[in-house]
Design a protein. Sequence first.
Length: 473
Amino acid sequence: MSGAFYNRFERHAHGEGIKGQSTHYCPGCGHGLAHKYLAEAIDELGIQDRTVAVSPVGCSVFMYYYLDVGNTQAPHGRAPAVAIGHKVANPDSIVISYQGDGDLASIGLAEIVSTAQLGIPITVVFINNAIYGMTGGQMAPTTLIGMKSSTSPYGRDRVTGLPTRMAELIAQLDGSVYVERVALYDNKQRTRAKKAIKKALTLQAENRGFTFVEVLAECPTHLGLTPEQTEEWVKENMLPVFPLGVKKDLAPAEPLAALGPPIFDPGKVLEILEASPQPVPRFCRGFPEHLHPNDIALKLAGAGGDGAQTAAMLITYAAINEGFDSTHIPSYGPESRGGTSYADVHIAREEVLSPASPTPHILLAFNAPSLAKFGSLVLPGGTIVYDSSVISDVPKLAEGVQAHGVPFTEIAKELGKVVVKNVVALGALQAATGIFPKDTFLTAIREALKEKCALIPLNEEAFAWGIKSIRTH
């Protein structure tokens, strides 16, 4: 067994007995051979300690039980994006994105095309068995015309589209340097497959560029055939649609410029962001634990144009300026105009563990649909601040929730610009909750408007009116 394989596969029977040397793949499945050729190439090239294998959802999901290299799991279709992260974080690594056809050619199509066109040295091994193997035998982008699957029980027809030829597609992109399609149905083809995988890794190790090997593989289980019959099926049925051979070979391409190690110098990051290295003044005496000991969840919601997203960003910046961890997750739905779109914000003493706010401590509602949708989700003892200019009915709330109606829109109109109603809302939020001192918010507002200084006085006045509305109320 190649040194790039673990001596025992712990997935089965804790690695004991014959199961400790067996993969989870069905008899006759092409994944086993592809794994073997990968492991042998890694071993022969002496790159085991540099290699990172990325495997997403699909039959290859347990590859980390077999290959003794760095391993990362990726969400369905996102393996190329994860591979980019590994490569730019550690340019000396050899990164392999190992994907099936349902994964790469369907949900991951945008990721593989973008990654290939980017052209940085990554190797993709693409297993094409013409079916979604692991998840129930559904039709894949590579399923052949007439081929039956659980979602094409009468056979794929033109209405469901033609099979996608990924090798040809990737070869057309300027970022790829080597693309080949191989098969596994006899010894000659297996030898070619092994050579292709080794060449792809070699070109990556030499920093030549992006490489892609498509492997026509057998899936006896979903075809309902024996391994021998499946090999013949691949030869007779897949080859006319997916012809074998090199689709692109620019080797020996000139080595690319070195990516260089990632930069962790704070000063350089500030320079890139054109941000001031001067520390932001802080006004908090400590974390606002009167709202929660460690992590405060907020939700800001309104119609498109209400400024909920901008207000959420200002709260997030204000929290970060005070030295806390903070996250902002926007949600723009098709209903954003006239309905409700929202932003989730977390402010944590040390680290935000989950950015979503399904049950917030604080709700800032800019329209009636937002209050109706999220008001009942505010935790007992929480706070709601809503725009009483447009909201007249308050739904039933949890015990102890304080609801403050402030006419954001009316105040903003009186100030001459309705767009500052979100800053009125921030003033009201500060007065109602005491989450931060008012100077914390004003600092964030001034920083956001540093390129539009003429607007700062108006926004400061809007913020002050928000505070006044709560205090007089």
